[in-house]
Design a protein around this ligand. Sequence first.
Ligand code: HDE
Length: 722
Amino acid sequence: MTTKTAKADQLEASVVEPTPKDRITADFGTKQSNTDDWLRVRSDKTTGPMLLEDAFAREKIHRFDHERIPERVVHARGAGAFGTFRLLESAEDVTHAGVLTDTSRETPVFVRFSTVLGSRGSADTVRDVRGFAVKMYTQEGNWDIVGNNMPVFFIQDAIKFPDLIHAAKPEPHCEIPQAQSAHNNFWDFMYMHPEATHMYMWTMSDRAIPRSFRMMQGFGVNTFTLQNARGERHLVKFHWTPELGVHSLVWDEALKIAGQDPDFHRKDLAEAIDAGVYPRWKFGIQVIPDAKADDFDFDVLDATKVWPQELVPVRYIGELELNRNVDEFFTETEQAAFCTSHVVPGVGFSDDPLLQGRNFSYFDTQVSRLGVNWEELPVNRPVCPVMNFNRDGAMRHTIARGKVNYWPNRFEAQPPASREEGGYVDHPQEVRGVKMRAKSDKFRDHVSQAQLFYNSMSDIEKRHIAAALSFELDHCEEPIVYERLTQRLADIDMGLARAVAAMVGGPSPAPSPGQNHGKTAAGLSQLEYVPERVTVASRKVAVLVADGYDAISYGAVVAALKAARAIPVVLGPRRSPVFAAGEDSQSARGLVPDHHFEGQRSTLFDAVFIPGGEASVDALAKMGRVTHYVREAFGHLKTVAATGEAVDLVRKAVSLDGVRFSGDGDAVLSYGVVTLRDPKPESLKEVVQATKGAKHFLDQLFWSMSQHRCWDRELDGLAAQV
Ligand code: HDE
């Protein structure tokens, strides 16, 4: 199902959908009778030379030779989808932008998510920032919010961007490593730029390994402005908060998925949309009136700082939904081009020195990647009329009728629009100062917010940050890099610095002259972002079966999962029919698993369920891959569920004293392991109320899955090394 929007209608005009009745032609339209053999001189015995005369063969090869365009210099790997933006509450007190004041509108959007460092063919699950670029096709023109899944950035001034990216991308002498920040140059740069301290605490947190694009926040990062009809200007930050909560992979899982399914995130997005579980985000704004810009300890134009929610609350006013996959990756996702400078009346820029530089960079990069007429490409075209006297250039498509191509002209044709006609009017701003290469003094504090972020993490998140830093610095073989960096960590937290130094080597860090201020702020720990209601929608559950499985518990659990829009995926020893207890090929058609055990690893699922059945469980218990499945899922803190005989299989696989298993008849949820030894139909009735402390098997299963991971398993040292 697709949602009809003005953009969908417009794109339809560019769509070609060949039917079996169509015949292959050359690009110039002539039908071709043979597209497989190059024209050549053949004798009875020999295949002779090929003829240059074969225009069709040459055209085919020429077109192929030029299929690639330069990949994006950063954010090369990404995936996108179309959707809609709905305004739930007018923000007319702060802006006159139609898209933020007219609650009756549905604005079509295109969103592209990306990693930053890797090439176009790199893996999805690497540790990295994720891009979150939104193009709103508004009635007043395109508005691009080109954001990330973290609210701050590494640098304060755009002039540093080439250095940052050179240091972070593969090293110049060997082009190693691909899509990784774990190398000398990256961490050397981080040390040399104390302003990066806050941001690398974010990239070392679980935010850098999201479970799904659908489960991460988005932030505009830079400080933009909004103007209302009275001409008053406000500074603003943009937020996208996912309906499904903010969730991450665990590191071991992220590493494995990079090999097992490098397309994990792009598949996840496309599959969820195809399944009709449309991802949604709330849209929020943080607003500071112009007159209050100086009221804060930090500079409100500094992109290495958040605006703590205690000081500037987030006001949620809209909703974004993605509901249509692209028809063709290259023409839509790859040719999509975003520009921070694309804004609509009512939205403007601040003097944020990173934003000012970005406003120059994006248009420029699109010209080298796509050519000067890139805004005419179907995915980039506004849905409102475009009229001006920009002309010509490579690949111009528009045919502009008329005698003049300049303004003013004798016909008074196509004059600029007045404010009343919707013309963009720049906010009049008084500017004074001394021309020099320096920013305001408030830009100099690089530690307070790094501390604020670290202090606000839960214990589990702090552990993960220490582990991530230990992994990354272990990849830096030059002592000057890891020793200086661990000393820098002492400015944030002494315990963290010492723990990392003990892992990566070098002297134990000396105490920092500064003190940790001890403050925390809301909204920084991702564990705060839980869905408003218990949901398992779009969660993937591996259901492991072999011949002789118990059809009753299988059927009840699978049906309940499907009803809740979770995605059960059946795995068996082979992808040909498997029979339930009491069935055989004479009496039944059997169940054809979606995959065999070697085809899909546990890493690709959110939970594992094994129904009982004596013969099935006997067979599964003898397969090392199945034991590994359960151990690995347990080690990755996922819900593991079993009924009947499978309870013992799970008990043996995880072999842990800390996990309490069910007695006869009871359903027990312990450390995210949900078991029911005696599965009678009445004990498997549909989900009643999945809440903490629920007694019923399906309620326990759903509750446990909705929690994403069982963190207690890790905190109590039960998670097996996998
Ligand atoms: Fe970008 N960035 N960036 N960036 N950025 C690009 O534009 C740049 C920055 C972001 O899905 C490039 O079209 C400079 C911050 C995203 O197509 C390029 C600076 C944030 C995407 C560029 C920054 C971003 C890009 C490369 C420092 C978060 C992918 C290809 C001043 C708010 C958009 C392209 C997509 C892409 C320049 C910093 C986000 C070269 C100079 C901060 C999501 O123009």
